[in-house]
Design a protein around this ligand. Structure first.
Ligand SMILES: Nc1ncnc2c1ncn2[C@@H]1O[C@H](COP(=O)(O)OP(=O)(O)OP(=O)(O)O)[C@@H](O)[C@H]1O
Ligand SMILES: [Mg+2]
Length: 602
């Protein structure tokens, strides 16, 4: 929805001018350009303020000629008309030059801040991203950046020139026609501004209602479309449409109230202008009649006032938007100030040798207080080993992997690689050493090829193709009309679960890290494909260290150590034979799965 303009109407207290100070460094490198733009702005304004003067002289000359019919004098007004035309052109020309000069400055600053914010968001921790809706986040950035554009445009193109013009006009009126004129003008402008600010503040509440109604219906509409399949499964199209309609109804109601407040604002502004114009022109008419000033002066005064009030027409809007822009920019800077929970230590160690020994020591972890997930886990993985983790759903297997990858920091205990606590390692070097095939693979909305090449962006085409072969994707890709250039759809939803897993495996094969982690990497595959992939994984993992999480125990019988996890504790560990002899949980599970297999085969 919302083809209408989305004005900023969050509750904001006061104008946050200090934001300008934050922004200033972004503009500093463009000092000369800005100075030039301001020069153009002043010239354009001077030209526009001179226009009523030319008009006055033209009229006075013409008026003189009406009384004195000698023809030679016609040249004089023609020259004045030419000058009038010339300065009108100069006004536009310098305005355009100012736009050209300043546009580049604003865009450069927007680009710079945009990319910094983007980088910063990638630096923030996973917990932050899981807690925040990405939609809201991207809106914050978008708002902040368009806030900069708006602020700059209206500061440079509206506020500053208008202030300059008001001052100039008031001074010129004072010098040429006496203090009464400038007094009325100044008072009118002051009233106008105060009235606009007060009315705009009052209106904000109603505008907020409109926006709230708008985002509510919007959020639901998008959520409903994202859940397209679910809506169909339950035949709830009508339910969805009804809900959407009632939300749009609220939006409509809010819009109506909002329109009334806009009427008040515009009406009041028009009244102030009309009163000021009437008073000034009455004064001028009086002076013309008294012979103090000419008809040309009358036109000049009228011209000044008209010129002055046109930019003020937008004042309510500009005031609200600038206020909003300042708040948005501040919010963006706050985002930039937010410290990631996971940060490299100062002088963090770079893991420059392949992991030889990975040690989990008395590991305790919880995502939320009062709900411990891991309660004292200790085990080691030595170079070249294959260690497997099995256990019930929710026992904390994937969590262990996330901790190893340092998406979160442990609460107690430690994880160390080659004797270094991973909290002392640089995140980049730690993560470069580990390749993960995650439990739920999410793909970028691009081609299969690009998704695989993402594992190592500088890999050659031959290497990517090799990875495709090793992950047993060749057959599938050759069957596709567009081959490896097939788009995978949003989050990779156009691929089957098994295909996605194989893309993820190919991607990790391409990365070729010394430590491999497979989190249920074959869970979505049929037994036959699974066997094929397992062979590949074995091949790839041969000279590697690997950590394998599996539900199907047949895939890990060859592991050097199998860890059985239950409710965040290790209840058994050993190799397959040892665990079978223990006749514990593992042996039990193995028996069940064997029976299952036999009945499947039958
Ligand atoms: N980001 C999170 N915030 C809060 N709780 C979480 C979060 N991620 C996981 N959990 C909880 O932690 C517990 C362990 O989750 P984990 O994903 O490690 O289980 P798992 O052993 O991998 O299970 P599965 O076999 O189903 O994949 C679960 O109960 C889950 O609800
Ligand atoms: Mg898991």
């Amino acid at each position: 929805m919302s083809p209408h303009f989305q004005a900023h109407v969050e509750p904001v207290k006061g104008l946050k001018w200090h934001v300008l100070k934050l922004l200033w460094p972004e503009f500093l490198p463009f000092k000369q350009r800005i100075a030039l733009a301001i020069g153009c702005l002043l010239l354009a304004k001077l030209a526009s303020v001179s226009l009523p003067f030319w008009l006055k002289h033209i009229i006075d000359d013409l008026n003189g000629q009406l009384n004195d019919s000698s023809l030679q004098l016609v040249i004089a007004p023609l020259a004045l008309v030419a000058a009038y035309g010339f300065f009108r052109f100069i006004n536009v020309l310098f305005n355009e030059l100012r736009d050209m000069l300043f546009g580049r400055v604003t865009e450069r600053a927007m680009r710079h801040i945009g990319v910094n914010t983007f980088k910063h968001l990638h630096d923030l921790d996973l917990a932050y991203h899981l807690n925040r809706r990405t939609g809201g986040l991207s809106r914050d950035i978008e708002r902040g950046i368009s806030g900069i554009e708006f602020l700059m445009r209206f500061m440079v193109f509206n506020i500053v020139p208008t202030i300059f013009e008001v001052l100039l006009v008031v001074i010129l009126l004072m010098i040429n026609y006496g203090w009464m004129y400038s007094f009325i003008t100044l008072t009118a402008v002051a009233f106008y501004i105060v009235f606009s600010i007060i009315t705009t503040e009052w209106r904000t509440k109603y505008m907020r209602e409109v926006n709230a109604a708008d985002s509510k219906s919007n959020t639901h509409a998008i959520d409903s479309l994202l859940n397209y399949e679910t809506v169909k499964y339950f035949s709830n199209e009508n339910f969805e449409a009804k809900r959407y309609d009632s939300e749009l109804g609220e939006w409509e109601k809010a819009k109506r109230k909002n329109r009334l407040t806009l009427f008040t604002l515009n009406g009041g502004q028009a009244l102030i202008i009309a009163l000021a114009m009437t008073a000034t022109l009455a004064l001028a008419a009086n002076d013309v009649a008294a012979g103090i000033i000419t008809i040309g002066d009358f036109v000049l005064i009228n011209g000044f006032l008209m010129q002055l009030f046109i930019p003020l027409n937008f004042f309510g809007f500009v005031y609200r938007e600038i206020k909003g822009s300042l708040a948005n920019i501040e919010a963006m800077f706050e985002l930039l100030d937010k410290k990631p929970a996971i940060e490299d230590r100062e002088h963090a160690h770079t893991l420059d040798t392949p992991p030889e020994r990975i040690e989990f020591k008395q590991l305790h972890f919880q995502y939320q207080p009062d709900r411990p997930i891991l309660k004292g886990i200790s085990f080691t993985i030595s170079k070249g080993q294959k260690v497997a983790i099995v256990g019930e759903s929710g026992s904390g297997k994937s969590t262990l992997v996330k901790l190893l990858f340092r998406f979160y920091d442990v609460n107690k205990g430690s994880i160390s690689i080659n004797g270094h606590d991973i909290r002392d390692l640089s995140q980049h070097s730690l993560r470069s050493a580990i390749g993960i095939v995650p439990q739920d693979t999410v793909l970028f909305n691009t081609t299969i090829y690009a998704n695989i090449a993402y594992g190592r962006p500088d890999a050659s085409e031959a290497e990517v193709n090799q990875a495709i072969d090793m992950a047993h994707l060749r057959h599938f890709i050759d069957d596709l009309p567009y081959g490896d250039q097939t788009m995978v759809g949003e989050r990779g939803l156009k691929l089957s679960g098994g295909e996605k897993q194989r893309v993820a495996i190919a991607r990790t094969i391409l990365k070729r890290p010394p430590l491999l982690v497979f989190d249920e990497a074959t869970s979505s595959l049929d037994s036959q494909s699974e066997q094929a992939i397992l062979t590949t994984i074995k091949e790839v993992a041969k000279n590697h260290t690997s950590l394998v999480i599996a539900h199907r125990l047949s895939t890990i019988v060859d592991a050097d150590n199998i860890i059985v996890l239950d409710k965040g504790l290790i209840i058994e560990q050993g190799n397959h034979q040892q665990l079978l002899q223990r006749r514990g949980v593992y042996a039990n599970l193995w028996e069940i799965q064997q029976k299952q297999k036999v009945s499947d085969d039958v």
